[in-house]
Design a protein around this ligand. Structure first.
Ligand code: SF4
Length: 273
């Protein structure tokens, strides 16, 4: 006999503040009535992200639950001896995004809606907890980049505001995945956040080495006017070469200055989808 005490699954859609997960929330709003929308807040997000999430809440008519893991980036950094995260040491994702996600879900059966598009090849974090089942509505329904844009335009939500000034992804303002052109743009747009990111680049307590967000270049060097101008010139040249590519290279490529797929595959899925 079937176990009638088994609870129906929760439906959970985690938002990154980026366009794909926002479009998925719009897409699912009238399809799943009891959806829970969550956002793993590192408290180091761009102001644009918080603004966009507020707009999305108004559209959904529902609160987006902010999850945190009861700690802060600065505390974790101290625990790590001052070792900044990087793509080889991505402790920030684990502690500030993945653990809050699993803690929020707990042990109850859950369907997790993931916004990977039909035109993407990327793979990302999918929880291996047996109670979590990931589903991919955009892949199932053939919704690609253009489809996501249509959904966002149709809803009146539009793209996340950071895309208007040339940042290609959501996530922490200091995210090490951003390209140098994006650092330059952030330096111009939010100089105080650039200053805060720069302040993290100091010798760590463990061995006295200094870690840099960009690995090979301190932010104090990158912000020199001649260096910023050089990065911008290089980016322009890259655009020239992109313009000679096939016409179906999506807009996001020109925002970050890198081929679309290469950029997206490097990215942190749970932070930036
Ligand atoms: S957005 Fe970047 S810095 Fe922030 S948690 Fe994700 S990978 Fe780490």
């Amino acid at each position: 006999m079937a176990d009638t005490s088994e609870k129906p699954p929760r439906h959970i859609l985690s938002l990154s503040g980026g366009k794909d997960s926002a479009a998925l929330a719009v897409y699912m709003r009238d399809r799943v009535s009891n959806m829970e929308y969550i956002f793993h807040d590192t408290a180091k997000e761009l102001p644009d992200t918080y603004e966009y999430l507020e707009k999305l809440e108004a559209y959904l008519g529902q609160k987006i639950v902010r999850t945190t893991f009861g700690t802060t980036f600065d505390h974790l950094l101290r625990v790590k001896g001052g070792m900044l995260p990087s793509n080889h040491r991505r402790w920030c994702t684990e502690y500030m995004k993945l653990k809050p996600f699993e803690a929020y879900i707990g042990e109850a059966p859950c369907i997790n809606y993931v916004g990977i598009r039909a035109d993407e090849k990327r793979v990302g974090y999918i929880s291996h907890k047996p109670n979590i089942k990931a589903v991919f509505p955009f892949i199932d329904d053939g919704i690609d980049y253009a489809g996501v844009l249509n959904i966002l335009q149709g809803s009146g939500l539009g793209l996340p505001p950071f895309m208007a000034w040339g940042r290609s992804r959501s996530g922490c303002y200091f995210c090490f995945y951003q390209q140098k052109i994006e650092w330059v743009r952030m330096r111009r747009r939010y100089p105080h956040l650039y200053e805060e990111a720069k302040a993290y680049e100091k010798p760590n307590r463990t061995n006295g080495n200094t870690f840099y967000w960009c690995q090979d270049e301190p932010l104090v060097e990158l912000e020199k006017p001649e260096r910023m101008a050089e990065i911008e010139r290089n980016w322009e040249k890259k655009q020239e070469s992109l313009r000679s590519r096939p016409k179906n290279v999506p807009l996001i490529s020109s925002l970050g200055g890198r081929p679309h797929e290469a950029t997206e595959e490097r990215a942190c899925l749970i932070c930036q989808l």
